[in-house]
Design a protein. Structure first.
Length: 160
């Protein structure tokens, strides 16, 4: 985890070199995060869920946030222990700056798994959290990355 933090902080410092140190932040109340289940497939041992998440920028400024090219799954959390988001294995992991234009959105499909059956998970409610790190001030971004407490939660999802 410390290596990822160092890589991301390094990226932020490099990215903003030569650019104004402070970009306009989007008011967090103007950002929405939603999720919906696209499909549920039964596997030999458990289920596979395809969930589409959407980050909506309802402001008149460009939303900029940080992610990673491979370990992007670490920016998500689920409030139900029986459902997991597998973390991909990779050789390289670089920091990414994601931009969402004003009054636009960014969709991401998450592939969740559970070792429980659909029957066992029937009517279980859960939410997906996005560990949101807005990249509008490099000093603030570095502090927030170390804290990693900025979680935006989706609406409730139910397995039927």
């Amino acid at each position: 985890m410390n290596k990822r933090i160092a890589i991301t902080i390094f990226f932020v410092a490099i990215y903003f070199t030569g650019i104004s140190q402070t970009l306009k932040c989007v008011d967090p109340s103007r950002i929405a995060f939603t999720a919906r289940i696209n499909s549920i497939k039964n596997m030999d041992q458990g289920i596979y869920l395809s969930v589409e998440t959407t980050i909506m920028n309802n402001s008149s400024d460009t939303l900029r946030y940080l992610s990673m090219s491979c370990s992007w799954a670490n920016y998500y959390t689920i409030n139900e222990r029986a459902i997991h988001l597998p973390t991909p294995q990779c050789n390289e992991d670089t920091a990414l700056l994601i931009k969402v234009p004003p009054h636009s959105n960014k969709k991401t499909t998450l592939r969740l798994i559970s070792l429980m059956s659909t029957k066992e998970l029937h009517n279980i409610e859960f939410k997906i959290g996005f560990k949101f790190l807005q990249a509008c001030d490099t000093n603030k971004a570095s502090r927030e990355l170390r804290k990693s407490k900025n979680v935006i939660w989706s609406n409730s999802l139910t397995i039927k």
